[in-house]
Design a binder for this molecule. Structure first.
Ligand code: AMP
Length: 431
């Protein structure tokens, strides 16, 4: 058998491929990226890129040493037989904050909005919507703690998914307060869970000493049952005055702008550098447990990475999961047309002339040519399969007179046009 692609990866395929689904169609990825680009760049975000691999230490500090991602899911990069201490990036934020610090972006006007798209890597158990190489769109804002920035980030996310035609989406919004609020909450959780230590999963026993909030995020059913039985109070009840006022302001903006959200007290972010606003975007068609997007404020992250403090907030969605949601909602992609001009020679000796005419026409139109001569009937069939707008035939008469015999594939309109007037003719027919 020919060599297969690695488990948990997907090829992005040309339109018309057998076995094509929306989440494997290259044009669908392009459509999502283009839509995100339009919405985010209209709001002043600049497109950036960071390396696909980073220092393992960066990812460990950025994502958190106690997370599954760091403990179980890292792809390590080896070269020349040596371990370089690098890993493939599992998410975008740590690398972007590193780039911010290393590039001195603090000097740029704040708030600084950037966005990125690209592949991310996690050695997860593979399932539908859970891959080992997947693709994210990331949006991050630096240099402001203003609740206006939080509300705008959420509004932009909602605008992207609305422009993509998604209907059954819900923003679930919470706040995890300031570090001292979280300390109080963790103390409460420690007191609450300690008498039930033996019922917790091994991972959660560990979390109880290190970071009790992360128990609430546990994937273990036993843990979740205990959480339900104990009637755990939500983090929102532990917000201090400042964090509560900030959160109320975020909500006022969202309400004022007509951005729908549901308060979700169960949203937790266990790591120390997360602050205040946190949210997820869910879709009914993709399953309750798998969020389309996660976002939040991470004002303590830059310091965690050894840099100067800078407030930051951002979100990331997985393109594959978004495409699964679009498929569930029955969203159709706009059909892209084929070439505006498809040139076909009627005899072998004019194939090079058809090619040359097409090459020149590419200065003003999407132009292709047939690599072998065809009779008019076959040329029309071929042009139809390729979804061409105009087919242009070049036989010995046309070659002698320097013309092309055009036919519009939809209306059937026919016209002989001198090669020198093709640009003007196609432009006019486009209007
Ligand atoms: P996270 O960085 O874990 O908050 O993930 C942000 C988003 O990336 C999720 O909401 C998903 O849409 C997507 N995502 C995360 N992990 C995977 C994965 N293994 N496969 C596909 N998409 C993923």
């Amino acid at each position: 058998m020919a060599i297969q692609r690695p488990k948990g990866t997907q090829d992005h395929l040309p339109s018309g491929s057998p076995k094509l689904s929306l989440d494997t169609r290259a044009a669908a990825f392009e459509y999502v990226r283009d839509t995100a680009r339009r919405v985010l760049e209209r709001a002043g975000a600049q497109r950036i890129d960071t390396p696909l691999f980073e220092e393992a230490e960066l990812v460990k500090r950025g994502v958190g040493g106690s997370t599954d991602i760091v403990r179980k899911e890292m792809f390590t990069v080896y070269y020349f037989g040596d371990h370089g201490g690098y890993v493939l990036r599992p998410e975008g934020t740590a690398g972007i904050v590193r780039a911010y610090l290393q590039g001195g972006w603090k000097q740029l006007p704040a708030p600084l909005k950037v966005w990125l798209h690209g592949p991310m890597f996690r050695a997860e158990n593979v399932q539908k919507g859970r891959l080992r190489q997947f693709h994210q769109v990331d949006y991050e804002v630096f240099g402001s703690t203003d609740p206006l920035v939080d509300a705008e980030a959420i509004a932009l996310l909602v605008e992207v998914v609305r422009e993509l035609g998604l209907k059954q989406v819900k923003v679930k919004l919470g706040s995890i307060g300031d570090p001292e609020d979280r300390e109080a909450y963790n103390a409460y959780l420690r007191d609450l869970f300690t008498p039930h230590l033996e019922r917790l999963s091994d991972d959660s026993k560990d979390r109880l000493t290190r970071n009790p909030m992360r128990i609430l995020d546990s994937k273990s059913e036993g843990d979740q049952q205990l959480i339900a039985e104990l009637g755990v109070r939500p983090m929102l009840e532990f917000l201090g005055e400042d964090a509560a006022a900030h959160f109320a302001q975020v909500q006022r903006y969202l309400t004022d702008w007509g951005v729908p959200y549901d308060l979700d007290p169960s949203i937790v972010r266990g790591l120390d550098y997360y602050r205040r606003t946190a949210w997820e975007l869910h879709h009914e068609g993709v399953g309750a447990k798998s969020a389309l997007c996660g976002g939040g404020r991470y004002d303590g992250l830059a310091e965690q990475l050894g840099g100067q403090a800078v407030p930051g907030i951002g979100w990331a969605f997985g393109i594959e999961r978004l495409l699964l949601a679009m498929e569930a909602d029955g969203v159709e992609l706009p059909v892209s047309s084929g070439p505006q001009l498809y040139l076909v020679a009627l005899d072998e000796e004019n194939v090079p002339l058809a090619a040359k005419t097409a090459l020149e026409a590419r200065a003003y139109a999407r132009a292709e040519f047939a690599y072998r001569a065809m009779k008019p009937g076959s040329a029309f069939k071929d042009a139809e399969r390729r979804r061409a707008v105009w087919v242009g035939l070049i036989g010995s008469d046309e070659a002698a007179q320097g013309t092309v015999s055009l036919k519009h594939m939809e209306t059937g309109e026919q016209k002989v046009v001198p090669v020198g007037e093709l640009a003007a003719f196609l432009q006019k027919s486009d209007d």
